[in-house]
Write a new protein. Structure first.
Length: 168
């Protein structure tokens, strides 16, 4: 013989006024849903019905990521289900001809956006920008240009970079 289990039940108004024990489940007969109680919240927490859950098939969400650490040169990325990717990191200037940044995720083509920012702008009188000299689907090459038409790299400067576009 099978056993029947019956849980506490009542209308939405009755459930709203009820504070159940920790872990207790009640049924809301008005809305045909369950509520989970924590011993303190009147009405408990309403559980969603399947018809109330959005369709995730059309949602874009992160499918792969990397957090920045000292071991990966503070490089991070987020790759989405759609193929969109956002990534960034830091580079330290060490060459007068510029720096090449290898992207952690290869891009679909060379039509992606790159933004940079100098972290150490303590030299007064200089406004730094970074000119992208060459961009491939797996890297970009940046060269610093100072505001006085003085194309030079100052050894030891640290740049943050950010790139976004469609992954390969």
């Amino acid at each position: 013989m099978s056993r029947q289990i019956q849980i506490r039940r009542g209308s939405a108004a009755e459930n709203d006024a009820f504070t159940g024990a920790i872990g207790e489940v009640t049924m809301d007969t008005t809305n045909k849903t369950l509520r989970v109680h924590d011993g303190a919240t009147a009405g408990g927490t309403k559980l969603a019905k399947q018809s109330e859950i959005p369709d995730l098939a059309s949602a874009d969400y992160v499918v792969e990521s990397q957090l920045p650490t000292a071991n990966n040169n503070y490089t991070w990325y987020r790759k989405y289900k759609s193929g969109w990717v956002e990534m960034g990191g830091q580079i330290t200037v060490s060459s007068s001809s510029g720096e090449t940044v290898s992207l952690p995720i290869e891009m679909a083509d060379a039509y992606y956006q790159v933004y940079t920012h100098i972290l150490d702008d303590t030299q007064s009188g200089y406004v730094f920008e970074v000119q992208i000299r060459q961009r491939t689907v797996s890297s970009f090459h940046a060269r610093e240009i100072a505001s006085y038409n003085d194309s030079q790299w100052v050894s030891g400067y640290v740049f943050e970079w950010f790139a976004m576009g469609v992954a390969a």
